[in-house]
Design a protein around this ligand. Structure first.
Ligand code: S3P
Length: 180
């Protein structure tokens, strides 16, 4: 198994939860990209978007991904926008295995409705918006991924077991995208 597992997927697909579960139960070090960026900048993702703009945030994401390259035994919870840039996808695929977590828009809505640190959803917290942004991004997520795992209605334990099994069986590229 490669040294880094990169968890990608739309906001609210459970990337942080799965990274934390893997940290606790699989002895991997976990990196939550948004949290690292917030700590470095001394402000929330929402404020970075507001005060410095999205493009600045995207640069920070790419810089951080580049820094993770040589690390070992890591699971990285990527911000939902990370696979939108080709250079980020290249970095992830070079340095690790990319796991795409999916969930239906209805599931995402339930998971994010009480959160206020997702600037792209703040004024658009509804199922049609989530579905359309997800559809816009779907191909990029699919192309970046080595492995796809559906998260709707499943426990962190089930999801992690599936991820580890698929990675160790060397299952490559998922074509279909159920749950989206
Ligand atoms: C974003 C997802 C967020 C965060 C930022 C932008 C996106 O991370 O990086 O609000 O473009 O999808 P999560 O996917 O962890 O919510």
């Amino acid at each position: 198994m490669k040294d880094i597992i990169f968890l990608i997927g739309f906001m609210g697909t459970g990337k942080s939860t799965i990274a934390e579960y893997m940290r606790k139960n699989y002895g991997r070090e976990a990196v939550e990209m948004d949290a690292v960026i917030e700590e470095r900048e001394g402000m929330s993702v929402s404020r970075i978007f507001q005060e410095k703009g999205e493009a600045y945030f995207r640069e920070l994401e790419t810089k951080l991904l580049g820094e993770l390259g040589g690390r070992k035994n890591l699971v990285v919870s990527c911000g939902g926008g990370v696979p939108l840039q080709d250079c980020n996808v290249e970095l992830m695929r070079k340095n690790g295995t990319v796991v795409f977590l999916t969930a239906a828009p209805e599931t995402i809505y339930k998971r994010v409705k009480n959160s206020h640190n997702r600037p792209l959803l703040e004024k658009n917290k509804n199922i049609p918006f989530i579905a359309s942004l997800m559809e816009e991004r779907r191909e990029r997520y699919e192309r970046a991924a080595d492995v796809l795992t559906v998260t709707d209605g499943r426990s962190a334990e089930e999801i992690c077991k599936e991820i580890v099994e698929k990675i160790s069986q060397g299952i490559q590229k998922a074509d279909a995208c159920p749950g989206m």
